[in-house]
Structure formats: structure tokens, C-alpha cells
Design a protein around this ligand. Structure first.
Ligand code: SAH
Length: 260
């Protein structure tokens, strides 16, 4: 079948067999693992996974690629969910399908929705064992960035709060068809076993971080007006004259505790 890649679905299909092997090696799938692939497309990662797994679930929005996926070798072990990943309830899926063993989620994500997918997965972190994603290289750099660096921002704080981050390797544009304009990278994320911010506190914490980074050049005492005053920032042990990118994840937690 000739499939024409669709831009609106962020379709850039992996074609480099060496890179595909390297990704599968990094995931190190075991036969009984509960793997969910986001955006299998024409099956570049799906096919090697099906060779190993007794069951594979895949979430794919484009119904035109489904016949291709079903005809893969071992396709009878593939469960395709033809829905938008942003509407997929991973927690409910895990509960109704597997008594034990958390989910391993993988995918060469559509780049136009990759940060939305990451935020969606934060709320399902309790049922996740690990994540292996292909993302735009800059996004991986932002996720992994240290406080004080140029790439450090809201995404770094939120992802580092909930996950341990391991950038693995970069992937060049020529490894895809059509060839994308950007470089890509593979990252592994593992949910932390305990986080300082509880489920019911997530929204308020996220709002604090969002407001802090709304104006990177301004000092905290200015940006956080309405949420807290200089005295509270000071009481959290943080200089109110600092800028948002100078605070580590722990500082944001301290500040949050001081306000709430
Ligand atoms: N994994 C394949 C394809 C990656 S391209 C490969 O590496 O070759 C991204 C894939 O995500 C496409 O198949 C696209 O149709 C799918 N996709 C795009 N938006 C999606 C969404 N909202 N939910 C689920 N899948 C989506």
C-alpha cells in the first residue's frame, strides 16, 4: 500500500533500520511487558515489537494506516485503539486489562502534540513503569535542562518533578520519510516513586510554575504578584529578586509550600 504522509497528523515515518534497532534495544522489551505504542503509523517500531511481545496495544488516530498495521506479521496480537491519544485514559485501560504490571509507553510522537502528550501522561503516572519517546531534539533538551541554563523552563520543572529523565541519543532527519526539518532525540522517562506534590495539588503547583515563567526576564516578586508577596518568597528561603530560571525544582516546591 502507498500511504501519503499526512502533515496534520505529524507523520514522519522512521525508515532507518539501524536507528529502529537501537530504539528497540533501549526499550529492551520482554515478552510479557504491557507495552502501548502511541502513533504506530506504518509499523516501523510495531513490527519488531510484535516479534517479541505476546500482546501489544497501539493508539493510532489515522484510520487509513490501520489495514497496514493489521497485516503486519503477528498482527493478530496487536490491539489497535483508533482514538486521539490525548483522550485515552491510560489508568482506566490498565485497570480493566491488567491485574498487575505497569504500562510501558513508547512512541515516535507527532511533534505538534508532544508536550500535550507529556502533560497528559503526568496525570496517569501511577500506572506507568516507563516512557520511551522520540521527540524533537530541542524538546528533549528542555525536558532535561538544569536550572540556570537557557533551555530551562516550565517543561523542565514539571517533567523533572514527576520523572527521572535520561536523554539517550539523537536521530538525524534523514532517518525519516518525509524528512523533517528538525533533529530528533530519544528520551527515557521513569516516574519517581514519591513526589512532593500530591494529585490534588498538581493544578495549583502547575499554575504557580506557569505564572513564574510567564515573563522570564522579570523577577519573581514582580511576576508572582497576586499569588504571593516578597515576604512569602523570602520566607521560603528564596531571594525575591531572582528570575524564574534560577530556581530549581526543590525551590518551586518550597515556594509552593509557603504559599499553600
Ligand atoms: N511510529 C511511526 C510513525 C510516527 S509519526 C514511525 O516511527 O514510523 C506519528 C504517528 O502518530 C502517525 O502515525 C500519526 O498518524 C499518529 N498520530 C498523530 N496524532 C495522533 C493522536 N492525536 N493520537 C494518536 N496518534 C496520532
Amino acid at each position: 500500500m502507498q500511504h501519503r504522509a499526512k502533515k496534520r497528523f505529524g507523520q514522519n515515518f522512521l525508515v532507518d533500520t539501524h536507528v529502529i534497532e537501537k530504539i528497540i534495544d533501549s526499550i529492551n522489551p520482554q515478552a510479557e511487558d504491557h507495552i502501548i505504542e502511541i502513533g504506530p503509523g506504518l509499523g516501523a517500531l510495531t513490527q519488531p515489537l510484535l516479534k517479541i511481545l505476546t500482546r501489544l496495544d497501539a493508539i493510532e488516530l489515522d484510520r487509513d494506516v490501520i489495514p497496514e498495521l493489521q497485516s503486519l506479521e503477528g498482527g493478530e496480537r496487536l490491539h489497535i485503539h483508533n482514538v486521539d491519544v490525548l483522550a485515552f485514559d491510560f489508568t482506566a485501560f490498565k485497570q480493566s486489562n491488567f491485574e498487575q504490571g505497569e504500562l510501558r509507553i513508547i512512541g515516535n510522537l507527532p511533534y505538534n502534540i508532544s508536550t500535550a502528550v507529556l502533560f497528559h501522561l503526568i496525570s496517569h503516572r501511577n500506572c506507568i513503569h516507563d516512557l520511551h519517546f522520540m521527540l524533537q531534539k530541542e524538546v528533549v533538551e528542555r525536558i532535561a535542562a538544569r536550572a540556570g541554563s537557557h533551555d530551562y523552563g516550565r517543561l523542565s520543572v514539571m517533567m523533572q518533578l514527576y520523572f527521572r529523565i535520561s536523554p539517550l541519543f539523537t536521530v538525524a532527519p534523514h532517518c525519516f520519510r518525509p524528512v523533517p526539518r528538525v533533529e530528533s532525540a530519544i528520551v527515557r522517562l521513569q516516574p519517581r516513586t514519591s513526589t512532593a506534590i500530591g494529585y490534588d495539588e498538581h493544578d495549583a503547583f502547575a499554575a504557580l510554575v506557569r505564572q513564574a515563567f510567564s515573563q522570564r526576564r522579570k523577577t519573581l516578586k514582580n511576576t508572582l504578584k497576586g499569588l504571593c508577596d516578597s515576604g512569602q518568597i523570602d520566607a521560603a528561603g528564596i531571594d525575591p529578586g531572582k528570575r524564574p530560571q534560577e530556581l530549581g525544582v526543590d525551590d518551586y516546591i518550597k515556594l509552593f509550600r509557603q504559599i499553600h
